[in-house]
Design a protein around this ligand. Sequence first.
Ligand code: ADP
Ligand code: ADP
Ligand code: ZN
Length: 218
Amino acid sequence: MTPLFIIMLGAPGAGKGTQARLLSETLGLPQISSGDIFRENLKNQTPLGLLAKTYMDSGALVPDDVTINMVMDRLSRPDCANGAILDGFPRTLAQADALDKALATVGAQVSKVPLLEVSDEAVINRLAGRRVCRNCQAMYQLEFNPPQVAGKCDKCGGELYRRADDESDTVRNRLFVYYKQTAPLVGYYFAHGVLLSLNGARAIEAVQADLLAALKAA
Ligand code: ADP
Ligand code: ADP
Ligand code: ZN
């Protein structure tokens, strides 16, 4: 079986993590979130986490060499033999290039790149109300996807928190960084014939259904 490497693309707040998690359950492939790996390292106060923090706090990207090494290390683990769902990586053309080269060495390639299209106003709104479970990283949104009990994770009862980089000034900077450094990947993957453009402004379940249908048809 050819391994399936799927990359979720879209602005911060477009729903990449939310959709990647659902897709990971359906397809039985690991979800690899570079942001989650950085936050995990920060929680454990590792040198990588402390380095990443200086960039994450302002919404800037962590340097390519550090990020590429970290994700390649994760992708080399046995659970990725059948593929993976990448969320938040690649975010620059250099990262995309490094990923293509690494996959080619094992006879694999990027299979499909779903792009979640959501307006700038909507992503800013979503991030203002984003809450994350400290324990299992499940994602909530106070207005669109609230937990059953305020402040508690539906899945594990963990405490929900607001990411420091979801404050409004940092959100604007992250959007700016997205347009400057990540948006060129849309053209890159379109030219490679693997881009799947989806309307990400619909309800979570509707986007997931569109995503599964698009992957099946492709
Ligand atoms: P979001 O879910 O809002 O898209 P992430 O959790 O993916 O945000 O990323 C949070 C932060 O972690 C980014 O603002 C950036 O500082 C850092 N980061 C995550 N992935 C990458 C990457 N591929 N390259 C560089 N920095 C990254
Ligand atoms: P990303 O990983 O692209 O930054 P997330 O998956 O973290 O995006 O989603 C950002 C916020 O928007 C979260 O609070 C999440 O609960 C919420 N969200 C995700 N998908 C939708 C959707 N289709 N409609 C409304 N809110 C959504
Ligand atoms: Zn939880």
